[in-house]
Design a protein around this ligand. Structure first.
Ligand SMILES: *[C@@H]1O[C@H](CO)[C@@H](O)[C@H](O)[C@H]1NC(C)=O
Ligand SMILES: *[C@@H]1O[C@H](CO)[C@@H](O)[C@H](O)[C@H]1NC(C)=O
Ligand SMILES: *[C@@H]1O[C@H](CO)[C@@H](O)[C@H](O)[C@H]1NC(C)=O
Ligand SMILES: *[C@@H]1O[C@H](CO)[C@@H](O)[C@H](O)[C@H]1NC(C)=O
Length: 722
């Protein structure tokens, strides 16, 4: 039994999408394939192969370009990184990272972020945007976890789908990555990730399934192997799962240099090789002339190459790229002078970045209501290099690998150049105005100066960071993945020193993922604030929350543990990376083993308080739809938003983790007001992946719906039976 129908929640999302602002009309897959078939049927094998083959690394201004075809005519397509903005380009926006977007739990802002990204890629002439990243944060130390939407597949699925819809509504093909089980950087090109099929589908394929329902155009396969077969030539995950089970009608491209063979990858379902060369920059290719020859030799059926070209052309037609698509306005590899291509309305993008940055600030702790900062403060101390400028300059290191000064994004190919960077010191000073004195020290090692600056302030705010990125850059012995979970640059000692000198300490952490907090019980440390990786507007977003202009509503998209070995998975240096934790990823491991986290998945405080009442659940029909509603009231004195979260406890005999996120809604409520929040559960939400029948099966029996403010702050529970 396959449950491939558009889920109710996806249908809602689709209908909420208005006509694209640029008047681009998106085609259905049927219409797009019809046009593509008419084109491709006139092509020779060589022309079809050209669409499927990249021209080579650094041969063009984009990180990847296909070959163009003449008679029939089809343009060379431009592919460009990455998940948080347009890489290697001037006059673009360097916004919040995936992990920070997810921390907003705000569907409206997630869509708006996708849409502004789409506008920027399109204006710069990019046909296919290499994002979003939906790699599950399996271990907190995974180097690229910050590019994606956290540890939970449902949150990844919603965030990924809204991002894809936003990008594609602007006529740009979204290419989420890295498919699949690419959850660490260590040995990524030389290891095999091994998971059972149930785990593969329920945790890792889940976000792709939801994005395909949302009309997804492309998928990027990853560097690693699965059960000893390279991801980009793995028949099961490409042909069987994506194309047959999920009915994916777009194209599958390789990660850069992830192709390892000619015929096996073609026959397993790969559609495009990127950037085209065997070894990046060598000018040779597994495909190109080699693929044409394989067709002539009967090793790859011509229909397979026709299918590749048709899928690529269909994605192009679906997004309306055959009409008035802009020419390339990127700066290329060596920062060529590009014609200045300005993005109309970019000020609005800046505003979205600031808004989502503020909506994503997570207040983890706020003892004595030290926040928001009150109007009668006379003096604030800002301590730590993470509050200040980047010494090497905002774009001073290869792919943002400085890891000094303020941290507003991780490093690697998933970065963009900053047009400017508002540091916390900038943002706080400008909001503090003339009436509040702000003193600073950005030296993490001079603890005496830190103490003296902190000692005579009303409030001391101490900043610390932890960074990670992609494995081609080694930063202080961190080869992509973090080598430990501690704060960098003497952060723990700096925090302790400031806490000795001042009774009112606020700790602010800019980090790629969970860090250890050995100082958490210090009584001077009143608040802990987690802005994540907010991009160019960082300091403004933070100031909005610290001063109470925005009531915080960010929630953790991952678990912060007390100890590193509390987590269910870590970085594995062996060739075989066994996913032995199976379904128990993130909070599911903590729940299953009764381990108390320091801060739970879904946690985050507000300056107001919220109550939950009147949970009602009903099974709408036995074929597998159910719904729940709960009344959420703002019982505090400040207007603000609450993120109501719905976790499902499955019938006992299906072997599911204790609780799984299956719904969330962020609702804004004026002080004293209440509203009804509804959750709709689709058949997929209520199913598990059955390995024997290799399909999703509706779970039968009693379900419990747990609704609350985090995975460990359940306020109401009720049952229904299927
Ligand atoms: C565009 O970017 C260039 C290079 O960073 C910069 O010199 C120029 O001022 C920018 N233009 C605008 C209008 O921001
Ligand atoms: C992969 O790792 C194995 C074992 O660590 C090593 O023998 C082999 O040379 C590596 N291969 C590549 C391509 O790096
Ligand atoms: C064809 O593939 C082989 C590897 O099988 C490679 O050595 C060769 O350079 C490729 N030919 C071209 C023209 O790229
Ligand atoms: C953890 O790694 C960071 C970054 O490399 C380093 O600064 C720090 O000293 C390390 N901490 C520990 C406790 O090893």
């Amino acid at each position: 039994m396959h449950l491939l129908s558009l889920s109710a929640s996806a249908a809602l999302l689709v209908s909420a999408v208005t006509a694209a602002p640029h008047g681009i009309k998106l085609l259905s897959w049927d219409e797009a394939h019809e046009k593509a078939s008419a084109l491709v049927s006139q092509m020779s094998v060589e022309q079809k192969v050209g669409l499927a083959t990249g021209q080579g690394w650094e041969k063009t201004l984009c990180v990847g370009n296909t070959f163009e075809s003449t008679n029939p005519d089809f343009p060379s397509l431009c592919l460009q990184d990455g998940p948080l903005g347009v890489r290697w380009a001037d006059n673009v926006t360097a916004g919040v990272s995936g992990i920070t977007a997810a921390a907003s739990w705000d569907k409206d802002l997630l869509y708006k972020r996708g849409a502004y990204l789409g506008v920027e890629f399109r204006t710069k002439g990019v046909n296919m945007a290499l994002g979003p990243c939906v790699d599950i944060m399996r271990s907190p130390r995974g180097g690229r976890g910050w590019e994606g939407f956290g540890e939970d597949p449902y949150l990844q699925g919603v965030s990924g789908s809204l991002t894809v819809e936003g990008i594609q509504d602007q006529g740009v093909v979204a290419v989420p990555k890295h498919y699949i089980l690419n959850n660490q950087e260590t040995n990524r090109k030389n290891s095999s990730s091994n998971a059972d099929h149930r785990t593969l589908h329920e945790i890792y394929v889940w976000p792709y399934a939801r994005m395909i329902e949302a009309g997804l155009g492309g998928v990027m396969c990853s560097y690693n192997q699965l059960d000893g077969t390279w991801a980009c030539e793995n028949e099961y995950i490409l042909n069987t799962v994506l194309k047959e089970q999920l009915g994916f009608r777009g194209l599958i491209m390789t990660d850069w240099g992830a192709q390892m063979s000619n015929e096996p990858s073609a026959n397993a379902g790969l559609d495009m090789t990127m950037p085209g060369d065997i070894v990046m920059g060598d000018g040779f290719s597994w495909w190109g002339a080699n693929l044409t020859k394989a067709v002539e030799d009967g090793k790859v059926p011509e229909e397979r190459v026709t299918d590749m070209a048709q899928r690529i052309a269909a994605a192009y037609y679906k997004m309306g790229q055959d009409k008035g698509f802009p020419s390339i306005g990127l700066n290329g590899f060596h920062r060529e002078e590009a014609p200045e291509v300005l993005i109309p309305g970019i000020e609005e993008h800046t505003k979205i970045v600031r808004d989502i940055g503020a909506a994503a600030v997570i207040v983890l702790q706020n003892n004595d209501d030290i926040l928001p900062l009150s109007g009668d403060l006379k003096k604030i101390a800002l301590v730590g290099s993470d509050a200040g400028p980047i010494p090497q300059g905002i774009n001073g290191c290869e792919d943002q690998s400085c890891a000094e000064g303020h941290l507003a994004m991780g490093w690697g190919s998933g970065t963009t150049d900053f047009p400017y960077l508002i540091t916390p010191a900038d943002g706080i000073s400008s909001r503090a105005g003339d009436d509040i004195e702000v003193s600073t020290t950005f030296d993490d090692w001079d603890l005496e100066t830190a103490k003296s600056v902190a000692s005579d302030a009303d409030v001391a705010i101490v900043f610390a960071m932890a960074d990670s990125g992609e494995e081609y850059i080694d930063v202080d012995g961190n080869v992509g993945d973090r080598k430990n979970m501690s704060l960098w640059h003497n952060g723990d000692n700096l925090i302790e020193a400031v806490a000795e000198a001042n009774d009112n300490v606020i700790v602010v952490i800019n980090a790629v993922g969970a860090v250890l907090m050995p100082w958490i019980d210090h009584e001077s440390i009143k608040a802990v604030v987690w802005p994540g990786l907010p991009g160019q507007e960082s300091g403004n977003s933070l100031a909005d929350v610290l001063f109470g202009d925005v009531n915080p509503s960010g929630r953790l998209p991952f678990t912060i543990a007390k100890n590193e070995n509390d987590y269910g998975a870590t970085i594995d240096p062996n060739f075989n990376v066994e996913y032995t934790e199976k379904l128990e990823v993130g909070y599911k491991h903590f729940d299953a083993h009764d381990i108390e986290p320091l801060f739970a998945f879904g946690h985050g405080l507000s300056y107001s308080t919220f109550e939950y009442n009147k949970l009602k659940v009903k099974c709408k029909d036995k074929k597998g739809t159910a719904s729940a509603s709960v009344e959420v009231s703002n019982t505090g004195e400040k207007d603000g938003a609450e993120v109501a979260q719905a976790y499902l406890e499955f019938p006992k005999d299906v072997g599911a983790p204790p609780k799984q996120l299956r719904g969330f809604e962020k609702v804004f409520l004026k002080a004293g007001k209440k509203t009804k929040v509804n959750f709709e559960f689709t058949p997929i939400d209520l199913s598990y992946f059955d390995e024997d029948s290799e399909s999703w099966v509706l779970a039968k029996g009693e379900f419990t719906v747990h609704v609350g403010a985090s995975s460990r702050d359940i306020r109401q529970s009720a049952t229904f039976t299927l």
